[in-house]
Design a protein around this ligand. Structure first.
Ligand code: AP5
Length: 237
């Protein structure tokens, strides 16, 4: 039995995770890559606020119209808009056994509100995975990133290239280069992270909810570290 099949069987046979999992880390730390894997392993919804906002932009909604210029400049979208989207999404039935946040919360106000929402809906505990990575690696990861337009699969032209340039291995769809993955905007995004999101490390550390993950290792090794942490959290329930 290959590793992927074993993982799927394990997830089917075991109880659901029952936690809110939060990926915390700078742009390019690998939050999306690993959140996809955790969501698949535990059969939980993967809630990426960046993806939700990009979908709102694509659909031309009011949230999308407000978010677009901010995202183009590497700034955060106002808390109340993000919280509105998140609150609606986690009220959906597929979130009742847990969910995986990628890119949320990103400010202390968002973290406080998430805690309030989880209390209100009597949701269990939160595991925060802090993706620790040296800043020098991030530029290469982000400028090299390509994303499948159809299924969101993430590639990197330097380290994880598709078999055929510009084409997804999984379904043959075109690969996109995100407009905020240019050097200038990446600099702004990293500065925004340091100022507005890094304080969450201390916030979750003080609540004993934070687990550090060495996100500089290869993607499969990072997955193995995360699985160890989540298996421990599952057993502790
Ligand atoms: P968002 O879409 O959340 O982007 P981000 O946080 O900047 O993070 P990224 O998606 O760029 O990186 P990642 O850590 O997911 O890395 P990935 O796995 O893709 O947010 C975009 C914008 O939306 C924000 O700037 C803001 O304006 C707005 N926004 C979103 N949420 C918000 C919120 N809550 N509040 C307010 N505003 C919000 O990997 C990157 C690359 O590295 C890939 O090519 C991948 O293949 C490669 N890679 C991954 N892991 C490894 C590894 N271990 N080794 C080698 N390469 C790797």
């Amino acid at each position: 039995m290959d590793a992927a099949t074993a993982d799927r069987n394990w997830a089917r046979e075991s109880k659901r995770l029952g936690h809110a999992v939060i990926f915390l880390g700078p742009p390019g730390a690998g939050k999306g890559t690993q959140a996809q894997r955790v969501a698949e392993r535990y059969r939980l919804p993967h809630l990426s606020t960046g993806d939700m906002l990009r979908e709102n932009i694509r659909l031309g909604t009011e949230i999308g119209r407000k978010a677009k210029p901010l995202m183009e400049h590497g700034e955060l979208v106002p808390d109340h808009l993000v919280l509105q989207m998140v609150e609606e999404r986690i009220a959906e039935p597929d979130c009742k056994d847990g969910f995986v946040f990628d890119g949320f919360p990103r400010t202390l106000a968002q973290a406080d509100d998430l805690e309030r929402i989880c209390r209100r809906i009597h949701f269990g505990s939160t595991v925060v995975l802090h993706m620790v990575v040296q800043p020098e690696l991030l530029l290469r990861r982000l400028t090299g990133r390509r994303i499948c337009k159809a299924n969101g699969h993430i590639y990197n032209i330097y380290d994880r290239p598709p078999k055929q340039q510009g084409v997804c291995d999984v379904d043959g769809s075109a690969l996109l280069h995100r407009p905020d993955d240019t050097e200038g905007v990446i600099g702004e995004r990293l500065a925004t992270y340091e100022k507005q999101t890094r304080p969450l490390v201390e916030y979750y550390q003080s609540r004993k909810q934070l687990s550090a993950v060495d996100a500089m290792a290869g993607a499969d090794d990072v997955t193995a570290s995360i699985n160890r942490i989540l298996n421990g959290a599952k057993e502790a329930r």
